[in-house]
Design a protein around this ligand. Structure first.
Ligand SMILES: N[C@@H](CCC(=O)N[C@@H](CS)C(=O)NCC(=O)O)C(=O)O
Length: 231
C-alpha cells in the first residue's frame, strides 16, 4: 500500500492550503514537512525534488508533484471530487480557477505595504461580492441543487468554502446578500470530514504564508517577526 502523501511547504496556508482541504475532504491522512528556513528549500532543490525549483511539492503515489493546479486536479480526480464527465470537469475547472483568482488576491494581502493594504482589502471585498460570489449564487439558484456541479460535492464547492471562510475573516457578514451561498457554506462545513478539518484548526490558524523568492522569504520572516512581536 502506498504511504501517506507528504506535503512540502511552509507552515502557512499559501498555495498548499487548498491541497490540504482536498485531502482532508477525501479523508486522506497526510504528512507535512515544513520549510522553515532558506536551507530547507535549498535542500529540496539540490536533491532535485522540485521540477521548477518551487513549492508546493507533494510526494504522492511515487511522484514528486509540483504546480498547485496539477496537484489539485490529480487529487480531485483520484478521490472522485472532479465531476462525472468532461463537461462537469470543465465547469469545476472554471469555478476553481475563478475562486483561485480571488484567493490569490487574499494570499498577497499580508505582503501589501501598509499604505495600500486598506485599498487592497476593499478591492478583495468588492471583487468577492460583485464578481465571484454572484456567479456561484446564480449557479445554485438556476439549477436549484445542493452543490455547484452535478448535484454532488466537488472540488468546486470545497475550494469555494475555503475562499468564503478566508473572506469572512475580513468581513464576517460578506454573505449577507447571498442566501444560497450561506446555505452552501453551512452544508459543506457540516460534512464530517470537513468539520473535523476545521475543528482541528488547520484551516484557520496558519499564517498566510507563501514564499516566492529568497528575498521574499526574508521579507516574510520580517513580517512574521512583526506579527509575533505586535502586542
Ligand atoms: N505556479 C506555481 C507557483 C509556485 C510558487 O510560486 N511557489 C512559491 C511559494 S508559494 C515558491 O516556491 N517560490 C520560490 C521561487 O519561485 O523561487 C504553483 O502554482 O504551484
Amino acid at each position: 500500500m502506498a504511504g501517506k502523501p507528504k506535503l512540502h511547504y511552509s507552515n502557512g496556508r499559501g498555495r498548499m492550503e487548498s491541497i490540504r482541504w482536498l485531502l482532508a475532504t477525501a479523508g486522506v491522512e497526510f504528512e507535512e514537512q515544513f520549510i522553515e528556513k532558506k536551507e530547507d528549500l535549498e535542500k529540496l532543490r539540490n536533491d532535485g525534488y522540485l521540477l521548477f525549483q518551487q513549492v508546493p511539492m507533494v510526494e504522492i503515489d511515487g511522484m514528486k508533484m509540483v504546480q498547485t493546479r496539477a496537484i489539485g486536479s490529480y487529487i480531485a480526480a483520484k478521490y472522485n471530487l472532479y465531476g462525472k464527465d468532461l463537461k462537469e470537469r470543465a465547469w469545476i475547472d472554471m469555478y476553481v480557477e475563478g475562486t483561485t483568482d480571488l484567493m490569490v488576491m487574499i494570499m498577497y494581502h499580508p505582503f501589501e505595504p501598509a499604505d495600500t493594504k486598506e485599498k487592497n482589502l476593499a478591492l478583495i471585498i468588492e471583487r468577492a461580492t460583485t464578481r465571484y460570489f454572484p456567479v456561484y449564487e446564480k449557479a445554485l439558484k438556476d439549477h436549484g441543487q445542493d452543490y455547484l456541479v452535478g448535484n454532488k460535492l466537488s472540488w468546486a464547492d470545497i475550494h469555494l468554502l475555503e475562499a468564503i471562510l478566508m473572506v469572512e475573516e475580513f468581513k464576517p457578514d460578506i454573505l449577507s446578500a447571498f442566501p444560497l451561498l450561506q446555505a452552501l457554506e453551512g452544508r459543506t462545513s457540516n460534512i464530517p470530514k470537513i468539520t473535523t478539518f476545521l475543528q482541528a484548526g488547520e484551516a484557520t490558524e496558519r499564517w498566510e504564508g507563501c514564499c516566492h523568492s529568497e528575498e521574499e522569504i526574508q521579507y516574510l520572516i520580517v513580517w512574521l517577526l512583526q506579527k509575533i512581536t505586535q502586542p
